[in-house]
Ligand binder design. Structure first.
Ligand code: PXP
Length: 249
């Protein structure tokens, strides 16, 4: 059987900044976390600059851009402010996410189909600047087709519901969700999109997603930063990589 392409791991360091900000201190430093992630074999660093700056700050983005040798994937809402920041920094990639001030985390995928024109216009200058544009969406075919039509290079499929069903012990619903994600990944690939996946992934949930052949990158944050409390960040990432590699064989 043909070996699958290597699956990249993007480590999301937002919650190192969440802990730092809880005390208004200068530590723990998300840039240091990014350096450790690199040493542990991460392929990229992901950081979400939220409108309310609840974790990652503008200064963190400045420092990450200066310090990182790995590609930075900047997650952001489709606002003029964020577009200007991305164009100032030119990160390797930008992942457009829906953002709602009240939410604890990114709850659902981006509505692309109903705002195709607006999002197409929004991503055009980013694409022209050479930034790889990714859209964080659900697995619905209409969202995937709209992402392809507006010229996104990548779609990141939201794995949150799949993970929630798993942890709630709702196995039939989890498996149905995984099936939809798998079909969505295949459709996206057929349309020429690169496929990423993420949100809520843990050691228990990563392997079935990692085994989907069209998926080229996983972005994982909250679980890894939490697990780092118990086994250290480097070990937490190494184990995630091991599980990903095993699933990919
Ligand atoms: N991908 C996207 C687009 C996200 O918004 C997030 C959360 O910031 C993640 C991946 C990572 O999710 P988690 O922190 O639950 O692993």
């Amino acid at each position: 059987m043909k070996a699958l392409d290597k699956l990249r791991l993007g480590v999301n360091i937002d919650h190192v900044a969440t802990v730092r900000n809880a005390r208004g201190s200068t530590y723990p430093d998300p840039v240091r976390a990014a350096e450790i992630a690199e040493a542990a074999g991460a392929d990229g660093i992901t950081a979400h600059l939220r409108e309310d700056r609840r974790h990652i700050s503008d200064e963190d983005i400045d420092r990450l851009m200066a310090a990182l040798t790995l590609p930075l994937n900047l997650e952001m809402a489709a606002t003029d402010e964020m577009q200007a920041i991305a164009l100032r920094h030119i990160p390797h990639a930008v992942c457009i996410v829906p953002e709602n001030r009240q939410e604890v985390t990114t709850e659902g995928g981006l509505e692309v189909a109903r705002q195709e024109n607006r999002l197409g216009d929004f991503i055009a200058p980013l694409r022209e600047a050479g930034i790889r544009v990714s859209l964080f969406i659900g697995h619905e075919p209409e969202q995937i087709e709209a992402a392809a039509r507006i010229g996104a290079a990548v779609v990141e499929l939201h794995t949150g519901a799949y993970c929630d069903f798993h942890h709630a012990g709702e196995i039939a619903r989890r498996d149905a969700e995984l099936e939809r994600l798998t079909k969505g990944a295949a459709l996206a690939r057929r349309l020429g999109l690169e496929v990423h996946a993420g949100h809520g992934l843990t050691y228990d949930t990563v392997q079935p997603v990692a085994a989907v052949p069209e998926v080229r990158e996983l972005n994982i944050g909250h679980f890894l930063i939490g697990e780092a409390i118990f086994r250290g960040l480097e070990n937490a990432i190494t184990e995630m990589r091991r599980l990903m590699g095993e699933a990919r064989k």
